[in-house]
Design a binder for this molecule. Structure first.
Ligand code: HEM
Length: 173
């Protein structure tokens, strides 16, 4: 049976061991977080800026009417947020959820402090039948968002390489 003094000293030893263990793990990290693409893109504010600009770009493109390339694939999203005959929109937060998932995913793939927990790209885009032309248009809007948010050329190249690595899961499913 421990006295309360003994318990305190065991707790102290435990905390010291944990601190030493964590310090050792940190010093072995081969990629310091300060160098991550996430940090170089402006961390939370930078990633959120790109995601928000992308959502705005897609919305503006859909607003161009019959010439819109994004309209077909995004019609369900638009319908979910549209009120018809005064009835409440079926799912007014759907765009916000998409935006937050995109922020989480962009944060995750660039080495930031969030683990993306949304759908896999294959699941999210299955039955959408995204065409090559639609992908190219979407990528053009992403390039524009990266330029508007002043992402550097090196970071843009790294980021779009990560994005294009997911293309096969998005197109033609
Ligand atoms: C590699 C490129 C792409 C990435 C990384 C990406 C990323 C994402 C993410 C993270 C989601 C949210 C998944 C979830 O809700 O759990 C999503 C959904 C969606 N994406 Fe993509 N996407 C890509 C390409 C495209 C393209 C090319 C289109 C259409 C032209 C598109 C249209 C959509 C739509 C319509 C949704 C569902 C929105 C909803 O109904 O809630 N995506 N995407």
């Amino acid at each position: 049976m421990f006295t309360s003094k003994m318990q305190r000293s065991f707790t102290g030893v435990g905390l010291l061991a944990l601190t030493l263990f964590m310090a050792a793990c940190g010093s072995d990290d081969p990629k310091p977080k300060t160098n991550s693409l996430y940090v170089r893109m402006g961390a939370k504010a930078g990633i959120e800026g790109v995601a928000d600009q992308m959502v705005a770009n897609v919305g503006a493109e859909i607003g161009t009417g019959s010439s819109s390339v994004m309209k077909r694939s995004h019609q369900a999203l638009v319908d979910a947020m549209t009120s018809v005959n005064g009835a409440p929109a079926p799912d007014p937060m759907r765009e916000t959820r998409l935006r937050n998932n995109v922020v989480d995913q962009f944060t995750d793939i660039t080495g930031g402090p969030i683990t993306y927990q949304g759908k896999s790209m294959l699941v999210a885009h299955t039955n959408m039948q995204v065409t090559e032309a639609e992908y190219a248009a979407w990528r053009g809007l992403l390039d524009d968002a990266l330029a508007k948010k002043n992402i550097g050329a090196k970071e843009k190249a790294e980021f779009t390489t990560l994005i294009d690595a997911m293309k096969a899961e998005v197109v033609n499913h």
